[in-house]
Design a protein around this ligand. Sequence first.
Ligand code: NAP
Length: 486
Amino acid sequence: MFNWAKYLKRSDLIQTGLLIDGVWINNPDTFRVINPVNDELLANIAIATNEDLDNSVKSSKDAFLIWSKKSALERSRLIRKLYELIIENIDDLALILTIEQGKPLSEAKNEVLYSASFFEWFSEEARRAYGDVIPANNINQRSSVIKQAIGVCAAITPWNFPSAMLGRKLAPALAAGCTMIAKPASMTPLSANALGVLALEAGIPAACFNIIHGHSGKIGEFLCHNQDIRKLTFTGSTEVGVWLYQNSANTMKKLSLELGGNAPLIVFDDANLDLAIDGIIASKFRNSGQTCVCANRILVHKKIKNILIDKLLDKVSQLQLGDGRDSHVSLGPLINDDAVMHVNSLVADAIDHGANLICGGKVAANIGKRFFEPTIIDCPNTKNRLFKEEIFAPVLPIYTFTTDEEAVAMANNTEYGLASYIFTQSNARIYRVSEDLEFGMVGVNTGSISAENVPFGGIKMSGLGREGGKTGINEYLVEKYICTQI
Ligand code: NAP
């Protein structure tokens, strides 16, 4: 078993239980969490029983009655305190994240900072849930709309951003006056539990933030069918998102779904190529390509394809694979063996369809069985699976176009609609193309979109959650119309 105490300043951040009503519950039934770098056992995590699931909702419902009645200022101060504690413990939190997920420590630190920023932002937003006064038609009536917390919320989060995706959900929920039951991904539960430790320390009342672990199918069914859970927020695969959507119909709960992506990154022939190269590298290779908004398909104007490939090759050759704890490492492992099998089959399929491997294309076996070499593939057509599926690995497929219309048609030829990127120096093209792209986000001359102060939304099969952006407090509020006879 990994010796956490040797590496962390605060080993109490490692909790292996469920967090229900402020108490860590360590059941005898557990599942294993391993380091994806070397399979070392990191923890045995408690599996929730039916009784635990019931208790998580009951306590969350009781806590809601107290938390939602606190003044916005009181909530704001406690959320701010949690932000401060995250910053205070950032080194430990980043290390936990790197060890359970595999991303380089510098990226893990950025993720924890990003996660903390939601608590900072929403500690302010807690006080801005303004309503409306509406002029009534009748002189003897007054009409107003107030916003109230929706109730007990459930959050299901993925393994690729175990800290940020939870922060993005928990912070606005608490700010609105909701309580939350979180179900983190089973491969990365330790970051969520560490956040649970800090939430209690910040003085956020017991059961405002419960954490459950266990069989995802069973927990998913429980959360969907439970009448007391008024909102379910999910970030993860489109497949599971669709399943949750279908299963929540009977309880008519509010849903936010942030799902998969297949982002096109278009490089026009007037682009600043150095900017485009930096954008592609940052977008594609962050978290070893395991990012929902990362560039999945590079579409480049035929005239500049060869020069773009030469420049990319130069940059890619500087990337270093390894254990994310080593400071020189830029790419960690893929999350598990299934991910390696998936990318191997995608590369083989592309080659079968006539693609030309420029570099990489295989596991770097000398480093470890899950370290996939950064890969560039020149694709003569769009018939391969790389064009259609979320790659989730450090593989860069390149396709060419000759006209703007062709580029937009290729970009839109997918069932996903999360993010897209364009590189051009023409203002007219920026407006025309960004309006024609059927994606919820368009990054112009930038390789990464972070949902800072903007609404976050996808179209087509990516869900429509707005809560990704820091505007998202409304996701956790309901409007009530009050009509008064005077
Ligand atoms: P996933 O398999 O859908 O799992 C996500 C979460 O759902 C995990 O906590 C998982 O639990 C849980 N889960 C799985 N089946 C479930 C079920 N039937 N009912 C309830 N919960 C269930 O996705 P992933 O592989 O972890 O994450 C990668 C995906 O997330 C990619 O598609 C990526 O694009 C997407 N993503 C989207 C965004 C965004 O903002 N749009 C951000 C990050 C990631 P277990 O781990 O216990 O199975």
